[in-house]
Design a protein around this ligand. Sequence first.
Ligand SMILES: Nc1ncnc2c1ncn2[C@@H]1O[C@H](COP(=O)(O)OP(=O)(O)OP(=O)(O)O)[C@@H](O)[C@H]1O
Ligand SMILES: [Mg+2]
Length: 280
Amino acid sequence: MAMDSAQHRLFSEDGVTVEPVILVRGLRTAFGDHVVHENLDLIVFPGEIMVLVGGSGSGKTVLLRQIIGLAQPAAGTVRVLGQSLPDLTPAERRRLSRRWGMLFQAGALFSALSVFDNIALPLRELRTVPEDMVRDVVMCRLAMVGLSARDADKMPSDLSGGMIKRVALARALSLDPELLFLDEPTAGLDPLRSDEFVELVRSLHRQLRFTVVMVTHDLDTLIALASRVAVLADKRVVVCDTLPEVLKFEHPFINTFFLGERGRRALGDLAPKGLHNGKP
Ligand SMILES: Nc1ncnc2c1ncn2[C@@H]1O[C@H](COP(=O)(O)OP(=O)(O)OP(=O)(O)O)[C@@H](O)[C@H]1O
Ligand SMILES: [Mg+2]
């Protein structure tokens, strides 16, 4: 692929133009003296499931927040869905933000709102959707994530962890997004619920063809879903490629994360042979 930096487009070998869904260039993030990102680049293509991994505190959540304009980088550029947020008016930003959905790592649901009202929130914020249509969309989204109409009146405190993730996913899908952000969607779920959630995301992705950016520490989730993997370490994306290529990349984080005991068990046949913990 060749990059045309003026046009923010990429050309594949057969000359087809691909506009990235997300294009981050030279991003810097600092909180006081604490530099979180330095010269970070990331490209996400339409329809892929990009999985972002990195140590705790490496800046994965902050990066997602910057991509969707909830936080501003100290330097660098972020283009999402072909637009640069700082160039837009507040009304244009609002319109653009309706084209993505986000499942947040913490506080996935509003605890004072019922399941119904949580899922309805993004639709009601539009102020243009009649209430009977809101009801239809909410019921449709509940069904999409495998919940029933009976769950609509429940409060978040009455739900299991797996159900909360499903409701949060239903809310992220409420405006039929082209781009879905999932920050640790399976954290805290038991292996069975986690597998169910992965299967749900896989089948929705197959049907709806949206682009996904997902942060996860869970190797089984990563292996099941990732089109490509971006590794955040040393304040930047050190490698971004398919999983087999990432596994060939020499980096202490990759050795620990993928090639320790736990990683090898999850990787099975994917684990490179003749290596243990990155050493021959
Ligand atoms: N608003 C803020 N003010 C000051 N520091 C912040 C702020 N937001 C994040 N940080 C710091 O930035 C760093 C990156 O945080 P972030 O939440 O992105 O990490 P993460 O990679 O998502 O970690 P985890 O895997 O634990 O979720 C952390 O050191 C965090 O303390
Ligand atoms: Mg985080």
